[in-house]
Design a protein around this ligand. Structure first.
Ligand code: NI
Ligand code: MN
Length: 228
C-alpha cells in the first residue's frame, strides 16, 4: 500500500487503486503549508471525529473530488448541510464493504464536538480490511482495553496511532496498544502540529524499538510503500 502523509492525522492510503483520505486537516496546519490541497487525491474520505483538526478541509476536498465521505451519522448529517452530497453514515460496531475493501468502525476514547458546537456523535477508529492488507486507524484516542478486541478478532498488518500525548495517547501508551492490537508496526500521527503535542521523534522511535516494535514517521508530503 502506498501511503502519503499530509501532516497531523491526515493520510492518503492507496488501496487497490483507490485513494482513501483520512481526517483532512491541511490548509490550517502551519507545518503543511507546502501541500496544495487541490493536488490531494480522494475516492473516499474517512473522518474519525468532529474536531477541527480532523475535518477542516473535508468539504473542499469532497466537493472537488466527488469522494464518498464516511463518518458517523452526526458528522455526515452536518457535512450534508455544508454541501457534501456523496456520503455514507456509519457508527461504532458497524462494518460496510466498499469497492476497495471493508471499513469497521470501532470505539475511540475521546470527544467529537463539531467546529460550530454541533454534537459530532461519538469519536471512532477504523479497521480497514482489503486484499492488499489490513490496518487500524485509531483516530484520536486514549489507550483503551477495547483495543484488545481488535487484536483478538482481526489480523492487523500495521496501525496508525496517535503518539503526541496531551489530547491522546503518549508514546508509552501507544506501545502498550501494540500489545493489545497484536501488531508491532505503527505509523505515528497527531504529534508536533501544536505546542501541546510536540515530541522528541528520535526518542519515540527508540522507545518503540526497545519494546520490540517499529515506529514509522513520515515527512509531510512523503509517500512510503508499506508492505503487509
Ligand atoms: Ni480530537
Ligand atoms: Mn485531534
Amino acid at each position: 500500500m502506498n501511503i502519503t502523509y499530509f501532516g497531523h492525522s491526515c493520510f492518503d492510503v492507496e488501496i487497490n487503486g483507490k485513494h482513501i483520505l483520512f481526517d483532512p486537516f491541511i490548509t490550517p496546519n502551519e507545518l503543511a503549508k507546502h501541500i496544495d490541497i487541490n493536488t490531494v487525491k480522494a475516492d473516499y474520505i474517512l473522518i474519525s471525529h468532529g474536531h477541527f483538526d480532523h475535518i477542516a478541509d473535508a468539504v473542499a476536498i469532497a466537493n472537488r473530488t466527488g469522494a464518498k465521505v464516511v463518518s458517523n451519522y452526526e458528522i455526515i448529517t452536518w457535512l450534508t448541510k455544508q454541501g457534501v452530497t456523496n456520503s455514507h453514515p456509519m457508527n461504532i460496531g458497524g462494518t460496510w464493504k466498499f469497492d476497495f475493501g471493508s471499513v469497521k468502525c470501532v470505539a475511540a476514547v475521546h470527544s467529537s464536538t463539531l467546529p460550530d458546537g454541533t454534537n459530532g456523535g461519538n469519536p471512532m477508529g477504523f479497521i480497514i480490511e482489503s486484499s492488499a492488507g489490513n490496518f487500524y486507524y485509531a483516530g484520536d484516542t486514549a489507550l483503551t482495553y477495547d483495543m484488545k478486541l481488535i487484536g483478538d478478532y482481526h489480523k492487523i498488518d500495521f496501525s496508525l496511532l496517535p503518539i503526541g500525548d496531551n489530547f491522546t495517547m503518549v508514546v508509552e501508551s501507544a506501545i502498550t496498544a501494540t500489545d493489545f492490537i497484536n501488531c508491532k508496526k505503527v505509523i505515528g500521527m497527531h504529534y508536533d502540529t501544536f505546542g501541546f503535542i510536540k515530541i522528541d521523534k528520535q526518542d519515540a522511535i527508540k522507545k518503540f524499538a526497545a519494546a520490540g516494535g517499529e515506529l514509522i514517521l513520515f515527512e509531510i508530503g512523503e509517500t512510503k510503500s508499506i508492505k503487509k
